[in-house]
Design a protein around this ligand. Structure first.
Ligand SMILES: CC(=O)N[C@@H](CCC[C@H](N)C(=O)O)C(=O)O
Length: 376
């Protein structure tokens, strides 16, 4: 029997960046081999660090998919836990260690008796950076006999209690777009600004002006987020910067609003470059981070199931501006994503984020029951 807490703690100690999840992949493969030993109805495929496990049903009419992500973040952990990250500058601060453990736990439950329907378990890399779900889909890993007819997945949520399951029948997460802007001017001596062309000043105007996208271009009822989390320019006090680099993210609930926001970022960056007479490079990359759109009928069914399940507090929740490449998979295959409460005061991506591990046993029990009713 899988020890959920020990498994989660093992995984917590080995966080890796997207597409570099080699130790995690090896750990998962070993656990999956242990769980599926002697089960002739199981087949396994891998793609880079990703894994797909298929359980062939006894009389399948459809294939039900469960998806987990396996990557960590470039964050220095500050939880003080005795099982904290062993990988310098890497942390499972988005709870993917919980997601992987839940997937293994549910897999174990579904292996007890061969199900009637086919089941697919997708362990995808790079949810945080390279849209690994999209990459695996495009590589054909979910083609043919491995293609689910319905797809389900979850994300842990710190501000919900253990026992809470939250989702809705429409949009759950935003579509995102990664933004990179580089201004290139002419460096020089601080004392002779008239001989230089200061990229740092241009970047400062840019960062101020992009704030007007949300306040002046976006419908206030609809909303959007434009956040630049990183800005680098210059080396010391008396040298004028030749270059300035900004790295940010757009969050919107519709693709139309994402397109509008991308267009305004481009226009503002180009306008600033023209007015300061310097060069600009703009890189806007949406990849697979489409809005996470729940299938209304399947979401209704899932919500009714959990609403009636003993011990579950079902919440019909508003969308959040988090992103997820599960949005890409749900644009191809109907399904549902939901939040699972982990009750910790620290937000996702915070160096002190530390889930209540009681969510593991609760999640495995409830999700297994849900999938068993669907899979027979
Ligand atoms: C759940 C979560 O935190 N997801 C990430 C997804 C990142 C998408 C992309 N790399 C971007 O930054 O736009 C999030 O930050 O919401």
């Amino acid at each position: 029997m899988l020890d959920l807490i020990a498994t989660r703690r093992d995984l917590h100690q080995i966080p890796e960046i997207g597409l570099e999840e080699f130790e995690t992949h090896a750990y998962l493969m070993a656990k999956i081999a242990e769980l599926t030993k002697g089960k002739s109805f199981v087949s396994i495929k891998t793609w880079q660090t990703g894994i797909v496990v298929k359980l062939t049903g006894t009389a399948p009419e459809k294939t039900i998919g469960w998806r987990t992500d396996i990557d960590g973040l470039p964050i220095i952990e500050d939880t003080g836990l005795d099982f904290k990250s062993r990988h310098e500058g890497r942390m499972h601060a988005c709870g993917h260690d919980m997601h992987m453990t839940l997937a293994l736990g549910v897999l174990e439950q579904l292996l007890v008796t061969q199900p009637k329907q086919n089941l697919i378990f997708l362990f995808q890399p790079a949810e945080e950076n390279e849209a690994g779900g999209m990459l695996m889909y495009e590589a054909g890993m979910l083609d043919g006999a491995f293609r689910p007819d319905e797809f389900y997945g979850l994300h842990v949520r710190p501000d919900l209690k253990v026992g809470d399951i939250a989702t809705n029948t429409s949009t759950l997460f935003a579509g995102t777009c990664e933004v990179k802007v580089s201004f290139k001017g002419t460096g020089g001596h601080a004392a002779f600004p008239h001989h230089a062309n200061d990229a740092l000043v241009a970047a400062s105007y840019f960062i101020t002006q992009v704030q007007t996208i949300v306040s002046r271009n976006v419908d206030p009822i609809e909303g959007a987020v434009v956040t630049f989390g990183s800005m680098h320019a210059g080396t010391t006090n008396n040298v004028i910067s030749e270059t300035a680099y900004l790295h940010g993210t757009i969050r919107t609930l519709t693709q139309e609003m994402n397109d509008l926001t991308q267009k305004r970022i481009r226009e503002i960056a180009q306008g600033i470059a023209t007015s300061f007479d310097l060069a600009v490079e703009i890189d806007l990359r949406q990849g697979g981070y489409l809005p996470v759109e729940n299938n209304p009928a399947l979401a209704e069914e899932l919500m009714t199931f959990f609403d009636q399940a003993e011990g579950v507090n079902l919440i019909d929740i508003a969308p959040a501006m988090t992103g997820e490449d599960f949005g890409y998979l749900l644009s191809k295959i109907p399904g549902v994503m939901f939040w699972l409460g982990i009750d910790t005061p620290y937000a996702l991506h915070h160096p002190k984020m530390s889930p209540d591990e009681a969510a593991l046993a609760f999640g495995v029990k409830q999700i297994s029951n849900f999938i068993k009713t669907k899979a027979g």
